[in-house]
Design a binder for this molecule. Structure first.
Ligand code: PLP
Length: 414
């Protein structure tokens, strides 16, 4: 008899984004004359750079000729792209110990963040920062590592609370954990981590033989020299950390789908029977078994990002979103609200101070107030975990004009 994976029944519906969309739709339907400014979006708004479009077209034409047609490619990704990544994203930044053989091309960060759990033993203790990107928790719950759910938290996880007190940088746990998910610059809080802060985590992982999964989907937004772009900027990280990168927010690839995962060959752990386990070999085996690689056309498009035109286009895109985020940040600070992010991150995380009959508004009440009073949509912070209560996430990903419109409206709010 077929029995379905029970973990699918215990995992609550992903509620946040569908609920935001539902409430925006309801508001639109009942106020057809009002125009909502979407400050909740996590998707990019600028189109693909021209150099990428040309690479897509050229590669498509190659696929139409028998002399240049490409069938199945390497599961790890084409060497032409892995070498460009190693050279530009690591070697040229002084990270000489990361090579093409450590890099696996993916169809975006989300898949690999979800799939890496295939390499973990069933009883691994998982630590996740809260608030956080939901995939870390949900993928591990589906794999049976969640335990019981009570008051929005799973017994199988260690929640690393990120609060204004610790400036949204988690504190090292006082007990042993086996896998730690870190995301910097962070979604949703926009907080970023210095090398010194990250070093504490690398030291902890080395001491406790733990694995760090470092999600750096937003590394391209880092401007400050002291802020970490790659986990491998800290010595020893190549022994304990996997890094996940994406071209989604860097170059508008959210609909194209391409990213990469770095699993250094120096990452060694042990199997329960005591044998040495190379995580790089295991991930290679996993990918060769369950994944047939990213399309040639897509990888050629990603390669185009490493040309001078590609780099220029990325810089222009990031500057555009960062101008939005910076303006938003300034405007909210000007209102006396607590603000995080918007400096090395496209997200601005804020706890609005509104004159209200009730003392402190919940995230959903804040969402409602901004929508009702200003026709601005936001993402309620509590949707990313209990620590997000009382906060909302606003985005730098809308257009410049819409961002200015949102700021003008926010200024009128009492
Ligand atoms: N990681 C974080 C922190 C994100 O915010 C996102 C997307 O919003 C992803 C990963 C997924 O990116 P991708 O489009 O590469 O799957």
């Amino acid at each position: 008899m077929f029995k379905a994976n029970q973990n699918y029944s215990i995992l609550p519906e992903s509620y946040l984004f569908s609920e935001v969309a539902k409430r925006i739709k309801e508001y639109r339907d009942s106020h057809p004359d009002k125009e909502i400014v979407r400050m909740d979006i996590g998707d990019v708004s600028l189109p693909l750079p021209q150099v990428v479009v040309e690479a897509l077209c050229n590669a498509s034409r190659e696929m139409g000729e028998s002399a240049t047609f490409h069938g199945y490619g390497p599961e790890q990704g084409y060497l032409f792209l892995r070498e460009k990544i190693a050279e530009n994203d690591y070697h040229n930044r002084g990270l000489l110990h990361i090579d093409a053989d450590d890099i696996f091309i993916s169809d975006g960060a989300k898949s690999d963040l979800g799939n890496l759990g295939d390499l973990f033993g069933p009883d691994m203790r998982i630590a996740v920062a809260e608030p956080g990107y939901p995939v870390y928790v949900d993928a591990n719950v589906l794999a049976g590592r969640g335990g019981r759910l009570a008051d929005g938290r799973w017994s199988g996880f260690t929640y690393l609370e990120c609060t204004p007190e610790n400036k949204f940088i988690p504190v090292i746990p006082d007990h042993k954990v086996d896998v730690i998910y870190l995301c910097y610059p962070n979604n949703p809080t926009g907080a970023s981590m210095t090398r010194e802060e990250l070093k504490k985590w690398i030291d902890y992982a080395i001491e406790n033989k733990a694995l760090i999964i470092f999600d750096s989907a937003y590394e391209a937004y880092v401007r400050d020299e002291n802020i970490v772009r790659s986990v491998y900027e800290v010595d020893g990280a190549e022994k304990v950390a996997v890094e996940i990168r994406s071209f989604s927010k860097t170059a508008g690839f959210t609909g194209v789908r391409c990213g990469y995962t770095v699993v250094p060959r120096s990452l060694d752990f042990t199997f329960p029977d005591g044998h040495r386990a190379s995580l790089n070999k295991m991930w290679n085996r996993r990918q060769s078994t369950k994944f047939n690689g990213v399309g040639y056309i897509i990888q050629k498009a990603a390669e185009a990002l490493y040309t001078p035109e590609g780099r220029k286009a990325i810089k222009e895109n990031i500057d555009y979103y960062m101008r939005n985020a910076g303006l938003l940040r300034e405007a909210l600070l000007g209102k006396g609200w607590e603000v995080v992010g918007g400096e090395n991150s496209p997200y601005v995380w804020t706890a609005p101070k509104l004159h209200s009959s009730t003392a402190a508004l919940t995230s959903w009440e804040l969402f409602r107030r901004l929508l009702d009073d200003l026709q601005i949509s936001s993402t309620p912070g509590s949707g990313f975990g209990a620590c997000g209560e009382g906060w909302i996430r606003l985005t730098g990903f809308n257009s410049y004009e819409k961002t200015l419109q949102a700021i003008d409206r926010l200024k009128t709010l009492k």
